[in-house]
Design a protein around this ligand. Structure first.
Ligand code: FAD
Length: 331
């Protein structure tokens, strides 16, 4: 059997969300099945409560957990060290991480330590006819997709973008996989990156919203963002924003949609006063239906929109709020 596919999740650093772990396991399982190899799940940090059931429902062959107490809440340096040593004793064909704030610090360094290829912003992995993998990734700030063919003789490490793969548990799960304790001592590792403050957002996440109403610079002023929030609330959805208005402090960064914000996949995305720059669309173009409101009929957002309204969002948003209320579809 060829070298395994390893899905590596780092609880406490952005992998606490079951959906993203499930997405990485779904990709790992597909690649492992096509390669005829095993799927291992390497869990860093405290194991999720439903560890064994999640592993079983995603066709994991073996779960590896770290026994070292320091890895209960590991920092980036400890994670790099632990994964590098793990990989030295169990060389993998492919290592899949979820891409988030925590793993951005880690993935390229793991690859460097084990002399592997690395692809960030990954959206898919397929087998190449010649052997090895073809890794698709968002490139040029989300403008385009690039397909990389890493050296098949080396391990390939990828960081999977949120919402790039739909989680799909197996239809008939096999028996529960064994959970093996990996004995790696990271006691001597010094953490060189110190996180002094970390934004913590509570409540529902934009990534999971079914309906998003987002506003951009076309709103004109910070007070008008409340129209976006009001329509979102009336529709039972969440408010989103383009980066410039987050940078200006009209709303906080948990609302930013786009390449450097949240990658969303709602059923409905209403974009008010947003031009449709590729970096913004990287975070919402997977929406089932986009409704755009813009005064400029040539705005790029209309290329993505199913329904376009050429008009002033300060007039259109109040009308939409009224219409939704009158129609009684408000939640
Ligand atoms: C590396 C990098 C990463 C980035 N990441 C992100 C990201 O994650 N998310 C993001 O959003 N951006 C990101 N950007 C910025 C991005 O390139 C755009 O600059 C940004 O998305 C534009 O925001 P906007 O559409 O709100 O503003 P603008 O581009 O200024 O567009 C405003 C729009 O509003 C319209 N308008 C004006 N008045 C009205 C009105 N009264 N009613 C209706 N429409 C009106 C205008 O016609 C215009 O189309 C990134 C850029 C870089 C370089």
């Amino acid at each position: 059997m060829s070298a395994p596919v390893v899905v590596c999740t780092w609880q406490g650093a952005g992998d606490d969300v079951a959906e993203e772990t499930a997405a990485a396991l779904t990709l790992g399982r597909r690649v492992a099945a096509e390669s005829g190899t095993e799927l291992r799940w390497l869990v860093l940090g405290p194991a999720p409560e439903d560890l064994v059931e999640t592993a079983r429902s995603h066709g994991v062959t073996v779960v590896d957990t770290f026994g070292d107490a320091r890895l209960e809440s590991p920092g980036p340096d400890a994670v790099v060290e632990a994964v590098a040593r793990y990989s030295a004793s169990r060389p993998a064909a492919l290592i899949v991480f979820n891409q988030h704030f925590g793993t951005r610090f880690v993935v390229p360094r793991v690859a460097g330590r084990i002399d592997a290829a690395v692809v960030m912003n990954c959206t898919d992995v397929e087998l190449a006819e010649s052997g090895g993998f073809l890794v698709t990734a968002a490139a040029y700030g989300g403008d385009t997709r690039a397909v990389y063919a890493p050296d098949p003789e080396r391990t390939c490490v990828v960081a999977l973008l949120a919402n790039a793969v739909l989680p799909e548990p197996v239809e008939t799960p096999a028996q529960a996989p064994p959970v093996e304790d990996v004995d790696i001592d990271v006691a001597g590792v010094e953490e060189r990156v110190r996180i002094v403050e970390q934004a913590r957002s509570e409540g529902p996440r934009l990534e999971d919203a079914e309906i998003i109403v987002a506003g951009g610079r076309g709103l004109g002023s910070p007070e008008n963002f409340k129209l976006v929030e009001e329509l979102a609330e009336t529709l039972g959805g969440m408010a989103g924003a383009s980066r410039p208005i987050v940078d200006e402090g009209w709303t906080d960064s948990a609302h930013q949609v786009g390449l450097t914000g949240r990658i969303t996949r709602p059923a409905l995305y209403v974009a008010a006063g947003i031009s449709g720059a590729t970096q913004h669309m990287a975070g919402c173009s997977a929406a089932k239906t986009i409704v755009a409101i813009n005064t400029d009929p040539d705005a790029a957002i209309f290329r993505y929109a199913k329904y376009g309204i050429v008009g002033d969002c300060l007039e259109v948003l109040p009308e939409m709020i009224r219409a939704v209320r009158e129609a009684g579809v408000a939640r």
